[in-house]
Write a protein that binds this ligand. Structure first.
Ligand SMILES: Nc1ncnc2c1ncn2[C@@H]1O[C@H](COP(=O)(O)OP(=O)(O)OP(=O)(O)O)[C@@H](O)[C@H]1O
Length: 275
């Protein structure tokens, strides 16, 4: 369980964290969303003990960050892997640092490699793997010791749909085993797929917190229909019904259809409106 209460952290005049409060229960996936600069990465760094906060209180299963290091797994936003090591060596190294030995280490490496579909390239050098394969290795390194608190900072940035699915599957599996997960993303549909609750960050603090259905249902998306001579865009909270209505009413040939899912901007607008 994570309790982060009233965290503050300033870099000169920039208040990266400004009374930032977030609690994640065991088994809960919290989707942490917010625009660039909202404080998400600073929060992950403070919770994992990489940065000291100016104020506030953090407890992981009741322990302060330094004492809780073995309970925590962090996959940073930017890839941080040894290019000359293989994924197997990487996972054994991380598992070993977190106290796993011999048979339990080998089992943990096999299990996470299977879950994140790394098995096929476990013994190739990390430096020759694709970006998506490296992302999976980085996430696996954060999860191999089965942490009680998992911090994933945009793990799906720039990956293909298959890698995204394996990452989401592995995250859900960890939560089902009881881990509290804080999952940062700019892509809202992932949070529905994960069954995550949502925390919206802005200017260093959480401005809204709730279930995915509370915060995302009813957000306007958009249906776009392209004809030979024009393009029609209709904002809607029910794209399927809107599309059916638009198609029923037209005799022109349709050249293109696009359904836009709600974005972070839509969520920000709705949160600002409700305040
Ligand atoms: N080491 C640092 N020195 C100075 N300023 C920093 C440092 N780290 C973060 N900041 C500033 O703190 C603010 C919050 O940054 P942070 O990286 O936490 O945001 P973020 O929500 O993770 O953004 P992104 O979505 O772009 O990753 C930004 O204004 C950033 O410029």
């Amino acid at each position: 369980m994570l309790e982060a209460l009233c965290l503050t952290k300033a870099f000169g005049p920039v208040h990266a964290l400004d009374q930032f409060t977030l609690v994640a229960e065991p088994g809960e996936i919290v989707g942490l969303v917010g625009h660039n600069g909202a404080g998400k990465t600073t929060f992950a760094n403070v919770v994992s003990g990489l940065l000291r906060p100016d104020g506030g209180r953090i407890r992981v299963n009741g322990k302060a960050p330094r004492a809780a290091r073995r309970l925590l797994g962090l996959a940073p936003q930017h890839l941080a892997l040894y290019p000359t090591a293989t994924p197997r060596e990487t996972l054994r190294l991380f598992g070993g640092l977190y106290g796993l030995r011999r048979r339990s280490l080998a089992l943990a490496v096999d299990e996470i490699a299977e879950s994140l579909r790394i098995t096929g390239f476990l013994d190739r050098r990390v430096g020759v793997l694709s970006g998506g394969q490296q992302r999976r290795v980085q996430a696996a390194a954060a999860m191999v010791h089965r942490p009680s608190l998992l911090l994933l900072d945009e793990p799906t940035a720039g990956v293909d749909p298959e890698t995204r699915q394996s990452l989401l599957h592995a995250v859900r599996a960890r939560a089902e085993q009881g881990a509290a997960v804080v999952y940062t993303t700019h892509y809202l549909p992932e949070l529905t797929e994960l069954g995550a609750s949502i925390a919206v960050a802005r200017h260093g603090r959480i401005i809204s917190r709730g279930s995915a259905s509370e915060l995302l249902d009813g957000l306007p998306g958009e249906v776009r229909l392209a004809f030979d001579d024009e393009e029609v865009r209709v904002p809607t909270t029910d794209p399927a019904a809107t599309l059916a209505r638009m198609l029923t009413g037209t005799t022109k040939a349709v050249r293109g259809v696009d359904l836009r899912q709600p974005t972070l901007d839509d969520l920000y607008r709705s949160v600002a409106h409700a305040r």
